[in-house]
Design a protein around this ligand. Structure first.
Ligand code: URA
Length: 438
């Protein structure tokens, strides 16, 4: 077989065989052919697409390029959630201990933030001592003992994805449903959970700008997961405004764990609570622990209100070397001092937010990456206070910007202000859950 022939076939729109796709993935991973040929192949896929069978083969080849975790030894049903990423998305930090308290085992491999979207690993690194790398046995041991664990993807998990993703990033081939599907699912399947719930975000702060594209991606992810024998479901959620109030790292981590305190379900931001309880209930329902959606939701709320998930979170974080001091309001995490309060420039209703710009304002303060290797300031952040549809008066505080460097905070504040759209007429609020796909 010759790589040129395979590129030629895809260029002409042919359906590739499993053998041909494996030849491409294995050859590229083992550096048997150069980046420029893989780039041509990826661009051909971008234009011609892939069938479900081809996408399954691509996923399989990428999955089998590395190790797969064996979760069969866990003493409860295993489940995970994958979010397609957004601004203020700290759901995994609450969801993992809540799901564990409901009786699930939650092995999570998470990623770092890039561009305007935040990453769970960066938020966890705001906890002093937290270790994101360990070997598979230790990871699974913590999942068994603590019920959940969250680590970073090591080089041994789907290494083909790491190489291919880096090339997609610089060849304008990221926004391609079969390539995204294989990339996400190869990593998720490698972590071994029996149930996978997808949180597919759409809106100005999401990867998928509209619900139609989100539906296409969700259908692909669910199809591939099922082909690999996993129980799957997808929830569509709104990313036209930040989730919760905190946008950053340490501040988001504090908001997430504070929501687990007794009474937190009532006092935490409503959108964060609604989405988190829905996703945990889906994990509980789809994994078969409680097959009815309403009953699953009731179980999650009972568990949440008991306050026990915070103890669970402290145990899990400690097992990974971190320290959450629940006696302190900030759990012992460091947030930069308040630099600027951004005030509403006029009366009116908040009609829209360019959520991507809110995410990018963190980069203005060194709190988000423009390149994968950029170091991060985990202490800076934004509290974004209003919700779309809210009536505002001139001078109301819209955002609090936390940063050690006032000039950078000012750039961030200007960007946040420019991201807002005001209306003289009332505007409807937005729902956080936009639909679902079983
Ligand atoms: N997230 C991934 O892991 N891969 C993609 O291709 C896109 C988002």
């Amino acid at each position: 077989m010759n790589i040129l022939d395979v590129i030629e076939l895809k260029k002409k729109g042919s359906e590739l065989t499993d053998e041909q796709i494996r030849f491409v993935v294995d050859g590229f991973t083992l550096e048997k052919f150069p980046d420029y040929q893989m780039s041509a192949f990826l661009m051909a896929v971008w234009f011609r697409g892939m069938s479900a069978e081809e996408t399954a083969s691509l996923t399989g080849a990428m999955l089998q390029s590395g190790q797969e975790l064996d979760t069969k030894g866990l003493t409860g049903p295993s489940a995970d959630k994958h979010s397609t990423g957004g601004v203020g998305d700290k759901v995994s930090l609450l969801l993992a201990p809540l799901a564990a308290e409901c009786g699930l085992k939650v092995p999570m491999l998470s990623g770092r933030g890039l561009g305007h979207t935040g990453g769970t690993l960066d938020k966890l690194e705001a906890i002093p001592g937290y270790r994101i790398h360990m070997d598979n046995d230790e990871f699974l041991g913590i999942v068994e003992e603590a019920g959940c664990a969250i680590i970073g993807q090591s080089g041994s998990i789907a290494p083909a994805d790491g190489k291919i993703y880096a090339l997609r990033d610089v060849t304008a081939t990221v926004d391609c449903v079969p390539l995204i599907t294989a990339s996400i699912m190869s990593k998720k399947l490698a972590a071994g959970p029996q149930t996978i719930i997808i949180d597919l975000k759409t809106g100005s702060g999401a990867f998928m700008g509209n619900l139609e594209r989100a539906r296409e991606l969700a259908a692909n992810l669910v199809t591939i997961g099922k082909l690999y024998g996993r129980s799957m479901s997808a929830v569509f959620s709104d990313m036209d405004q930040p989730l919760g109030i905190a946008v950053g790292h340490a501040n988001e981590t504090i908001e997430a764990f504070a929501a687990l305190r007794t009474g937190g379900r009532e006092s935490a931001p409503k959108d964060l609570v609604t989405l988190t309880e829905d996703l945990v209930a889906e994990m509980v329902r789809v994994s078969g622990l409680c097959p009815d959606r309403e009953e699953s939701l009731a179980m999650v709320r009972r568990v949440w209100d008991s306050g026990s998930a915070l103890d669970r979170a402290i145990t899990w974080v400690k097992a990974q070397g971190g320290c959450l001091d629940s006696e302190r309001e900030d759990f012992g995490l460091k947030v930069a001092p308040l630099a600027i309060e951004l005030a509403a420039p006029r009366d009116g209703w908040l009609a829209g937010v360019d959520c991507r710009q809110v995410g990018l304002s963190l980069a203005d303060m060194g709190g988000a990456r423009r390149k994968v290797e950029d170091p991060l300031d985990l202490t800076c952040g934004i509290d974004f206070l209003p919700q779309i549809g809210e009536k505002l008066s001139r001078g109301d505080v819209l955002a609090r910007i936390y940063c050690d460097r006032k000039s950078e905070a000012q750039v961030a504040a200007d960007r946040v202000l420019a991201s807002l759209l005001f209306s003289d007429d009332p505007v409807a609020g937005r729902k956080v859950i936009l639909g679902r796909l079983d």
